[in-house]
Design a protein around this ligand. Structure first.
Ligand code: HXC
Ligand code: NAP
Length: 282
């Protein structure tokens, strides 16, 4: 449904764009004609990914290293991308840090590691680019990658839930405040999408994957292209009246976990027959 030049000549900056979902979204943007910049801490990894992607799709992938927890490094990184392409149209805040742990086992440094990347990093990138857009009169777009549990909270990933909830609040707040500059901000709340980065830190074991799958009505994890297509829509001009919104893409997981009676999935047809017979008997 996307025309091949849906994102033609849009300059899109993707934090954490060298791995996992960031890389998959970058690939789709390239396919749709965008010019892309990817950034994260590992510069060499980014360079080899850029070489791979340009060989596969053509187009241009600019790379620059940054630790998004450092506001001065963020400012330098954005200057570099801006100088290279002459402007930036879209910021995709995708970089994140996360791991599972009982909260009482965390040190304050562990809390800071996650809040620093997810909340501060997302805010620094957005603020730095927003100031430049406002000054230059550019109608830019920010897309933030949140999580479904930003809305509900979740045990065992409490720093991440706290930080992502902040990201959602920032998305809605700035959509309200910067609408007058024609700057749009939206967020995607993905359910589980297998990536090396997330699975190595969050999936306790291969054997326990089914526990997560069981709470997804579509009975499978997400495929990267499904998320990449939603992101492509939200950074494109097709979504020009969409701002301040959070889009859930989770195979129905949050609908399932939020519904008191959905545990009745466990009741078999024979048991339903029995329950019905008992009800009819009064
Ligand atoms: C408890 C931990 C820990 C763990 C690190 N720490 N890992 N504590 N359990 N598993 C503690 C360390 O002991 C240290 O505290 C502090 O955190 C900082 O650790 P460092 O290793 O020095 O941090 P750093 O090198 O900055 O790395 C940041 C990181 C790391 C977040 C800890 O995992 C990382 O680089 N992650 C980036 C990629 C990522 O996380 N991808 C997953 C995204 S998935 P002390 O006190 O010992 O000094 C996602 C949503 C998935 O976000 C949702 C799925 C449905
Ligand atoms: P990932 O591959 O580990 O992605 C995280 C990226 O962030 C990496 O490229 C990493 O690169 C970068 N990064 C981490 N710390 C950074 C820092 N301090 N400065 C700059 N970049 C940093 O994991 P993923 O699963 O694709 O996650 C991508 C996004 O989706 C995240 O926002 C995550 O919260 C969200 N999400 C994922 C899932 C899922 O199921 N996979 C579900 C919900 C939400 P470097 O190591 O090179 O810095």
């Amino acid at each position: 449904m996307f025309l091949p030049d849906s994102l033609k000549d849009k300059v899109i900056l993707v934090t954490g764009g060298g791995t996992g979902l960031g890389r998959s979204m970058t690939e789709r943007f390239l396919e749709l004609g965008a010019k892309v910049a990817i950034t994260s801490r590992r510069k060499e990894m980014l360079e080899s990914v850029a070489a791979e992607l340009t060989a596969k799709y053509g187009g241009e992938v600019f790379t620059t290293g940054v630790d998004v927890r450092d506001p001065e490094a963020v400012s330098r990184m954005i200057s570099e991308v801006w100088a290279h392409y002459g402007r930036i149209d879209v910021l995709l805040n995708n970089a994140a840090g996360n791991f599972i742990s009982p909260t009482e086992r965390l040190s304050h440094r562990a809390v800071d590691a996650v809040l620093g990347i997810v909340l501060h990093g997302t805010f620094y990138c957005t603020l730095e680019i927003g100031k430049r857009w406002i000054e230059a009169g550019i109608h830019g777009t920010v897309l933030n990658i949140a999580t479904t549990y930003a809305a509900t909270g979740s045990g065992y990933v409490v720093p991440s839930a706290t930080a992502k909830a902040g990201v959602v609040a920032m998305t809605k707040s700035l959509a309200a405040e910067w609408g007058k500059y024609k700057i749009r901000l939206n967020a995607i709340a993905p359910g589980p999408f297998p990536t090396e980065g997330a699975w190595s830190r969050l999936m306790p074991s291969k054997e326990l994957e089914h526990l997560f799958e069981r709470q997804i009505p579509l009975r499978r994890m997400g495929e990267h292209i499904e998320l990449a297509n939603l992101a492509s829509y939200l950074v494109s001009d097709y979504s020009s009246f969409v701002t301040g919104s959070v889009f859930t893409i989770d195979g129905g997981e949050s609908a399932w976990t939020g519904g008191e009676f959905n545990v009745l999935d466990e009741v078999t047809p024979a048991q339903w027959d029995m329950l019905e017979a008992m009800r009819k008997k009064g």
